[in-house]
Design a protein around this ligand. Structure first.
Ligand code: DC
Length: 234
């Protein structure tokens, strides 16, 4: 899809979006990147890819040292394909495999190791060194790109997030219930925001957007509005 918003002042800029699971970060960031003609960086997919690899090779997800070595060697690549952001690990496509409940259960533990985060953050910074990127995750506004020109914290009620997760999973053929999704979100929120290494938090200069009652298109438009105001002021 051709970029719809060609603002010369956007050249080289970084847009960072953080928020909890189910807040709509991934879809919003992907669409925003498409519209701006920017690179889309899904940092969560990188932690998921490492988790998938560890599980696949029976490596202990609690062993930070082993995971650090693997993280340094894994080749994680993204390829935009229409509405899908395809993910490859060492040349093998794992787009669907990294979203299984098994990976989702273990990814919080893997991503909590400071050794793992150090490697991933270095790769993410390198990918964003020329700007022109929309990055999303838990620490993109605080740790990966504290210099980002536009920072957004997406949030939504537990009810709305569980409903979205339920629909996503049901669509991809996974049997689940809204209550199961709620319990999983509560567990992951707690893990992601109380861990010692780069917990999920809202930074002071981020705009908070509650997406509970917004469509994805509305979310994207709100952020584009923010970009116009912000970039105009830079
Ligand atoms: O956004 P997601 O659900 O795909 O993220 C998967 C996990 O990775 C999530 O439990 C938290 C972690 N994560 C992280 O610690 N830091 C990031 N920048 C992105 C994700």
């Amino acid at each position: 899809m051709a970029a719809r918003y060609k603002l010369p002042s956007l050249e080289g800029k970084i847009i960072a979006i953080d928020g909890p699971s189910g807040s709509g970060k991934s879809t919003t960031a992907r669409l925003l990147a498409q519209k701006l003609g920017f690179i889309y960086l899904d940092t969560g997919a990188m932690y998921r890819a490492l988790t998938w690899f560890a599980l696949r090779h029976d490596l202990p997800t609690g062993d930070a040292k082993i995971l650090e070595v693997i993280a340094n060697r894994l080749k994680i690549e993204f390829k935009a394909d229409g509405d899908v952001n395809r993910v490859y690990v060492n040349g093998v496509e794992v787009t669907e495999e990294i979203r299984t409940p098994e990976v989702t259960r273990k990814v919080s533990e893997v991503s909590a190791h400071p050794e793992v985060r150090k490697v991933m953050v270095a790769i993410q910074k390198e990918l964003g060194k020329n700007g022109h990127i929309v990055a999303e995750g838990r620490d993109t506004t605080s740790v990966v790109f504290p210099e980002a020109h536009v920072k957004v914290y997406l949030d939504a009620s537990l009810e709305a997030r569980a409903q979205r997760r339920f629909l996503d999973m049901t669509r991809s053929g996974v049997k689940t219930t809204i209550d199961e999704q709620k319990a999983d979100l509560i567990r992951r929120d707690k893990y992601d925001s109380t861990r010692k290494a780069s917990p999920l938090k809202k930074v002071r200069d981020a705009l908070t957007l509650d997406t509970s009652h917004l469509t994805i298109e509305e979310q994207v438009e709100r952020i584009i509005k923010l970009i116009r105001t912000k970039i105009g002021r830079l």
